[in-house]
Design a protein around this ligand. Structure first.
Ligand code: NCC
Length: 276
């Protein structure tokens, strides 16, 4: 790096003090990039593997579920966007190992992403709904929301917290799996955070329990367990192909129908348990 830097910033007329100043700047930029940039190691090296994992959807049907203790007994717990634990521990537990957030949450002023303590526990993983079939450069220059600007700002404020960004190809590989498993054409919008988080944990855990993604007998029009806003589209889908996602998860479920009915609980195998 030094030699590359020297070649770029040095010419023969330059005094040694000037060269020193320029080199210092190069080194400072390099350090800042390392400190506030993307993590050096892949996510699957940074955490896990885990034996048991819980994926906690934000569904309204988690309210009064009393699943908190069961959820916290898992080795790792995933939560989504602005879903809180404080005040809801009985129903959703308090452990957060990973929080998967969409780029809208990172950018909208309502969520106070840079300052709220809601986002400070566990590892953060962000994603942005990239346009269908765009490549990485295209996406970088035209994200739906300013994910990279917010990422850098957050990293500067919280340099110790692990923070990853999902490669958009994951969204579209998963979308293709959904389409390949359905007879009819599905909308070309990325899967919901819920399915992305579920698949992420299937690559980190031996067993994944997903809570209230498939609604239990507590099924409600309430959108989230933490708000009093009602909209059936939160459960059934509108922008995201949520119904198709739920159909696929139902087909992959290794648990019983009673578990779904009583606890909204699905049991999925980790990818490491497949022999293929
Ligand atoms: O609502 P949201 O998701 O944050 O929920 C997280 C995941 O839980 C599952 N879910 C949620 C509610 C419900 N009744 N049933 C469910 O199964 C889904 O799998 C969902 O992904 C998202 O996917 O990122 C989403 O984010 C919200 C919103 O951006 C954030 O909550 C921040 O306010 C989207 N809502 C809007 O844009 C208005 C939502 O469509 C998807």
């Amino acid at each position: 790096d030094f030699f590359v830097a020297k070649k770029v910033i040095w010419n023969d007329e330059m005094s040694s003090s000037m060269l020193g100043k320029r080199l210092k700047k190069v080194v400072q930029n390099y350090q800042a990039m390392n400190k506030y940039g993307l993590p050096a190691q892949p996510l699957t090296t940074a955490i896990g593997p885990f034996k048991t994992c819980a994926v906690v959807s934000s569904a309204g049907s988690l309210r009064n579920s009393k699943l908190g203790k069961e959820i916290d007994a898992h080795d790792a717990v995933v939560r989504f966007n602005a879903a809180p634990t404080i005040g809801f521990e009985k129903d959703v537990g308090s452990k957060t190992t990973v929080r998967l957030i969409n780029s809208q949450v990172m950018s909208s002023e309502d969520h106070h992403f840079l300052s709220s303590s809601l986002y400070s526990s566990g590892m953060l993983v962000a994603w942005d709904p990239a346009p269908f079939s765009s490549d990485l450069n295209e996406w970088y220059n035209k994200t739906d929301y300013p994910i990279f600007k917010q990422y850098q700002r957050y990293r500067r404020l919280h340099p110790q917290q692990q923070f990853y960004i999902l490669h958009p190809s994951m969204e579209w590989q998963l979308w293709k799996q959904l389409q390949d498993n359905m007879a009819e054409p599905i909308q070309k919008n990325p899967p919901s955070s819920g399915l992305l988080g579920t698949v992420l944990m299937m690559s980190l855990c031996d067993v994944v329990h997903v809570y209230e993604f498939l609604p239990s007998r507590r099924k409600t029009e309430l959108c989230h367990y933490y708000q009093n806003f009602k909209d059936a589209a939160c459960t059934m889908g509108a922008y995201h192909p949520l119904l198709y996602e739920k159909n696929l998860v139902k087909r992959m479920n290794q648990g019983s129908d009673e578990d779904i009915y009583n606890h909204g609980k699905v049991t999925l195998p980790g990818f490491n348990t497949f022999d293929c």
